[in-house]
Design a protein around this ligand. Sequence first.
Ligand SMILES: CC(C)(COP(=O)(O)OP(=O)(O)OC[C@H]1O[C@@H](n2cnc3c(N)ncnc32)[C@H](O)[C@@H]1O)[C@@H](O)C(=O)NCCC(=O)NCCS
Ligand SMILES: Nc1ncnc2c1ncn2[C@@H]1O[C@H](COP(=O)(O)OP(=O)(O)OP(=O)(O)O)[C@@H](O)[C@H]1O
Length: 213
Amino acid sequence: MSSLPAAKKGECFMSLVIGLTGGIASGKSTVAKMFTALDIPVIDADVIAREVVEPGEASYKKIIEVFGKDIVGADGSIDRPKLGSIIFSNEEKREQLNQIVHPAVRQRMLAKKETYTEQGEKCIVLDIPLLFEGKLASLADKTVVVFVDEATQLERLMERNQLREQEAMDRIKSQMPLAEKAKLADEVIDNNHSVEESKKQLFDLLKKWEVME
Ligand SMILES: CC(C)(COP(=O)(O)OP(=O)(O)OC[C@H]1O[C@@H](n2cnc3c(N)ncnc32)[C@H](O)[C@@H]1O)[C@@H](O)C(=O)NCCC(=O)NCCS
Ligand SMILES: Nc1ncnc2c1ncn2[C@@H]1O[C@H](COP(=O)(O)OP(=O)(O)OP(=O)(O)O)[C@@H](O)[C@H]1O
């Protein structure tokens, strides 16, 4: 099985843009890797959100203005665990951070998407945890939610990030409930079971959308 080849230069062509979303630790990155393995480009909002707050970036300076110098670690970069512990338990602070970071993320994601479209990619994935919260669904032709029930989400999040239950619940509650996201999506991948089962669901979808043979 393989993904279809990119269009030739100059060929009249539209990319299928898939918005991949879900909740924290629901399995977006796990599914994103399946796209990458098919040579389908994935633009990851979490990666870009790290890039735009590197020292020297405009968002880095704004974060220090709002959250103070204490938010900078010994190496000069933003202390992410510290910033996380502030914003996941305080909605007002979270909103302040979102207002600094999200416009920069959106701009950089759009530029990358444009580049892939110009290269003639048949399918492009935007991996955006806050696709619905940030009203970004219009960037995609199709939306896919990676779904897990809350107990599984909590267990996987605590395990992966070594968090206590309350800290993990704060992070889960800082996002739109996954069941609501599932209702808004075009398609849902049920990731409560094995990774192989999720892969099968993804492949069925890609065949339906004629991205895969
Ligand atoms: C708070 C920060 C410093 C914590 O960094 P950390 O390295 O611990 O986590 P990471 O960035 O890998 O995010 C992990 C997950 O947390 C969730 N998350 C991150 N930011 C937010 C937010 N503002 N609101 C709700 N959920 C969020 C997402 O599901 C994300 O996949 C960081 O997440 C951040 O800068 N967030 C603001 C930017 C943002 O909204 N990023 C999400 C994609 S645009
Ligand atoms: N089907 C599965 N079975 C068991 N473990 C899984 C499954 N899918 C994902 N995981 C594990 O659950 C954790 C969360 O998965 P992943 O990192 O893909 O989620 P995510 O949605 O990208 O998270 P985040 O939004 O926080 O970046 C990881 O430790 C991953 O290995």
